[in-house]
Design a protein around this ligand. Structure first.
Ligand SMILES: *Cc1c(COP(=O)(O)O)cnc(C)c1O
Length: 429
């Protein structure tokens, strides 16, 4: 079967005249895997459709937000209804309290939250707050962790940068870069060493509790507990970036799953149900330092707008115990089926899964951090990706990205997809 992407190709060419690289976020351009990115016209449940009429089973879900699947009828109806009352006021609304209360109710570590418009804004603001309350300048982040595109974080910044082979970005000043110290995920000694070299200077450690922007890599050997302990000893704040994991890996997120108490947390993706949103929150003593109750400035014209907030509330409402059980059983079905294929054929592949986040690594070695992912067979990954795309399966277009299950996927769809996966892997190896 040859996938026809004529219309997408025309659109891609046209887009490149007015939009840098033809896309509004780099990984969408498929630079890592080659070929034309399908231009999407609509989504329905587990499927997306492109301009040429091709249908794909979607395991990207807009990079995580669409945990209920595409165009969930009740979410769409709620958005339509609220939009008729006005889309933004730049003034407080009762809806915002509702979403804040839902987040605080679910997330053990969060006592207060501030709503923003993206994950980038959330992490950027959390770091400003950590610097503000500690009076320290430096931060520790991990090689391969992505925290959005603000300057402090564009140092070895995970998926997008890793896929394009651009670990650091021009335009970030030397001063900013010097304040971001780099450690290795799942290697506590690299963190210890940085604390020792920079005594009294570290404002916070920022980490993806599951490193989902290097493919899905879970924390190992009590890594998060060790981070918690180190931060407490050294007077630094622990910032868990749960933009991807929040309300996805469990009802309360990764801080709940791994039992780690964060000082600050950041959210995005799922809490907007597909609309632009973000949030940062955490301990009351720190959050009260945010303006206007405290001196650390943070603001946003469209922050807490009724449309995004409604999509978020309606999404979270549907994520009850039963929903997480279903998500787990679907994800488990997929991973178990794939593992059977791997074992039967002795393929040199390694799978990681945390709840409904998963990655198939083209390596038989243990994957603990980005150093291990760098050794994966990218050429084979690309053939796998393109083979699956031809079969109507839309996977993340990079070895450095996680896949996502939604509640709209079904066992039947997964079984069909597994049969395709077996055929494609047979061609790759
Ligand atoms: C997606 C993501 C971000 C950035 O969120 P945007 O809404 O794209 O700005 C930050 N941190 C993590 C862990 C993410 O996965």
């Amino acid at each position: 079967m040859q996938l026809r992407l004529d219309k997408s190709e025309t659109l891609f060419n046209r887009a490149q005249q007015t939009i840098p690289g033809g896309v509004n976020s780099p990984v969408r351009a498929f630079k890592g895997v080659g070929g034309t990115p399908p231009f999407i016209t609509k989504g329905r449940g587990p499927y997306i459709f492109d301009a040429d009429g091709n249908r794909y089973v979607d395991f990207v879900g807009s990079w995580g937000p669409l945990i209920l699947g595409h165009a969930h009828p009740e979410i769409v109806a709620a958005i339509q209804k609220i939009a008729q009352q006005g889309t933004s006021f730049g003034a407080p609304t009762a809806l915002e309290i509702g979403l804040a209360e839902m987040i605080v109710d679910r997330v053990p570590s969060a006592e207060m939250v501030r709503l923003v418009n993206s994950g980038t804004e959330a992490t950027m603001s959390a770091v400003r707050l950590a610097r503000g309350v500690t009076g320290r300048d430096k931060i520790i982040k991990f090689d391969g962790c992505y925290h959005g595109h603000s300057d402090s974080f564009l140092i070895a910044a995970g998926s997008g940068a890793l896929t394009l082979g651009e670990p650091n970005s021009p335009g970030v000043t030397k001063g900013t870069a010097a304040d971001t110290l780099l450690a290795q995920f799942n290697d506590i000694e690299t963190v210890q060493a940085l604390f020792e070299k920079n005594p009294g200077q570290i404002a916070c450690v920022v980490v993806e509790p599951v490193n989902g922007n290097t493919g899905c890599i879970p924390p190992q050997d009590d890594f998060l507990q060790h981070l918690r302990k180190l931060c407490s000893e050294k007077g630094a704040l622990l910032v868990l970036d749960e933009v991807m994991t929040g309300f996805r890996v469990t009802r309360g997120g990764a801080n709940e799953l791994y039992g780690v108490d964060a000082d600050l947390l950041t959210f995005g993706k799922v809490i907007g149900g597909g609309m632009p949103i973000g949030a940062f929150g955490g301990k009351r003593e720190f959050m009260e330092q945010v303006s206007p109750s405290g001196p650390v400035y943070q603001a946003g014209t469209l922050s807490g707008n009724p449309v995004a907030v409604t999509a978020g509330i309606e999404t979270l409402k549907r994520l009850d115990k039963l929903a997480y059980e279903k998500l787990e059983s679907l994800s488990k079905h997929w991973a178990t089926g794939l593992q059977k294929i791997i074992d039967k054929n002795g393929y040199p592949l390694t799978q990681h899964r945390v709840g409904s986040m998963f990655t198939l690594f083209f390596s038989e070695n243990a994957i603990r951090n980005t150093l291990d992912v760098a050794k994966c067979d990218i050429e084979k990954f690309n053939r796998w990706f393109n083979g699956m795309l031809e079969e109507g399966v839309y996977l993340a277009p990079s070895q450095y990205e996680a896949g996502f299950m939604s509640l709209a996927h079904t066992i039947e769809i997964l079984d069909e997809t597994l049969a395709k996966a077996e055929a494609v892997l047979g061609e790759v190896f």
